[in-house]
Design a binder for this molecule. Structure first.
Ligand SMILES: Cc1cc2nc3c(=O)[nH]c(=O)nc-3n(C[C@H](O)[C@H](O)[C@H](O)COP(=O)(O)OP(=O)(O)OC[C@H]3O[C@@H](n4cnc5c(N)ncnc54)[C@H](O)[C@@H]3O)c2cc1C
Length: 295
């Protein structure tokens, strides 16, 4: 029955320089991190993947978590569960919440930070949260025997539909960097299961700083997993500097401004998703209002 099917060649680099040598010889090889996305693809295995698989599992330098007083750096092969247990005292609440609510414990043990950010076509909660935290990704490009390193904001790793924008060259995400200065109001909400009900799911992440009664440094990202990855610079700057509480009518008009923007830029989002996104956004502003009144 399996006659004629061959297992792909598996390359297992231990260091970045071994990875570079393999990338040079086998530029079409598929990078394999936790495998949770790759294994969900219909033709993942056994198949004759061109140039084979590069398994990152033996690369210890991609499994480190380090910190100083300004930022924390997380290797791309750190799993969601490792990060959750190692980062309890350091990571912002919104990231801890994102990791805690990511699927099940078994999946969290398999999913890596790099794999999660490099899924080519679907954006989920981790990309959404890291975008509002202004996190950066270190990307190494391998071309013509040369390696170049770039730090890219995670918010810029994707196009407006949420597709990964690493380009044609072989690229490896090696680590991410998260600054340790973040807003005191942070929120992530996911409605519907992003894997089973991808077409109805909405993910919204929001963070802001409050000083006295004014709102500062607002950042938010709304994701419709296989349809849109949206950061509104316009709404972020309108909200930054506003005085709390924001009048309920203004909350309402701001939420419809978000809908207008989303409709203009992303035709695939359903009415149900739009309404869900609008209500989640409104709920954040109402909560900020309530907190300002109870101070
Ligand atoms: C049931 C379930 C629920 C989930 N729920 C969520 C959720 O709510 N939120 C969320 O954020 N995620 C969620 N995920 C995880 C997400 O869907 C992906 O499965 C996962 O992030 C992929 O990580 P991985 O380490 O297994 O990567 P892999 O499957 O190994 O790779 C994914 C892709 O990234 C590429 N890649 C991997 N590492 C690198 C690297 N370092 N550099 C360059 N390219 C690389 C691979 O070539 C591949 O294209 C869920 C997964 C499952 C199975």
């Amino acid at each position: 029955m399996y006659e004629g099917i061959r297992s792909p060649v598996i390359h297992a680099p231990k260091t970045l320089s071994e990875f570079a040598a393999i990338a040079w010889r086998y530029p079409q090889a598929t990078i394999w991190a936790g495998g949770s996305y790759l294994m969900s693809q219909s033709e993942y295995y056994p198949s004759e993947i061109k140039d084979g698989i590069i398994d990152l599992g033996g690369m210890e330098e991609l499994k480190k978590i380090t910190r100083n007083d300004r930022f924390v750096e997380i290797g791309s092969m750190v799993t969601a569960s490792q990060l959750l247990s190692a980062g309890k005292l350091v990571l912002p609440d919104i990231l801890q919440e994102t990791l805690r609510t990511l699927a099940s414990q078994i999946v969290r043990r398999q999913v890596t930070i790099g794999g999660s950010l490099c899924v080519p076509d679907v954006r989920l909660s981790l990309s959404t949260t890291l975008a509002v935290l202004d996190a950066m990704a270190e990307i190494k490009y391998y071309q013509g025997g040369k390696v170049s390193t770039h730090w890219i904001p995670i918010s810029k790793l994707y196009d407006r539909e949420g597709k990964l924008l690493l380009g044609e060259q072989k690229a490896l995400l090696t680590r991410i960097r998260i600054g340790l200065e973040y807003g005191d109001y942070q929120k992530i909400v996911t409605v519907e299961d992003p894997i089973r009900s991808t077409d109805e799911c909405v993910i919204v992440a929001f963070q802001a700083k409050r000083s006295q009664n004014s709102l500062n440094k607002v950042q938010f990202c709304i994701t419709f997993p296989s349809k849109a990855f949206h950061i509104s610079k316009d709404l972020e700057s309108k909200l930054s500097g506003m005085t709390l509480p924001i009048h309920p009518e203004r909350v309402n008009t701001l939420s419809y401004e978000l809908v207008t923007e989303l409709t203009k830029m992303h035709s695939a989002i359903s009415d149900l998703q739009l309404e869900r996104g609008r209500r989640i956004f409104e709920s954040f502003l109402h909560e900020l209002n309530a907190k300002s009144l109870s101070q």
